[in-house]
Design a protein around this ligand. Structure first.
Ligand code: FES
Length: 139
């Protein structure tokens, strides 16, 4: 469709009206724009944020939700993230390391970066620790 003459001067630029989700990586202290529905792993990789620790920097499942090495804690904006799928939910029982992280951080929203799509602003913490000394770990 052809734009009417003078359109650029009198009408707002609709492309800039869409607000892009902002993802803040707390440890790295950076905030980046993301595309609607983009997963946290992709956003991190695009912006040079390392989600993986140790050997997983080289060996991982490349975002297929199988290795559980891209785990993050969603500090704020959980409501702006996609809900957990069957694979992500099952991984807590299959992968002991992810299960320990979830058990030891019961108040936190531990998610897999590659399975978590953002639809609004979120704050995430990469490489969450296992909270061995947490109040509720041994209960
Ligand atoms: S990259 Fe393997 S589970 Fe996310």
């Amino acid at each position: 469709m052809r734009r009417p003459l003078g359109d650029a001067f009198f009408r707002p630029n609709y492309a800039s009206d869409y607000s892009m989700p902002k993802v803040t990586f707390v440890k790295e202290k950076i905030t980046v724009d993301a595309a609607e529905g983009e997963d946290i792993r992709t956003i991190a990789r695009k912006n040079g944020v390392q989600l993986y620790a140790g050997p997983h920097k080289i060996v991982n499942c490349m975002g297929n939700g199988l290795c559980c090495s891209c785990d993050v804690i969603v500090k704020k904006g959980s409501e702006n993230c996609s809900s957990k799928g069957l694979l992500e939910s099952a991984n807590k029982w299959i992968n002991p390391l992810l299960g320990l992280k979830m058990l030891s951080n019961p108040e936190e929203d531990v998610r897999l970066g590659c399975c978590t799509k953002v639809h609004g602003d979120v704050e995430v913490e990469t490489n969450p620790p296992i909270n061995w000394h947490g109040d509720k770990f041994w209960n």
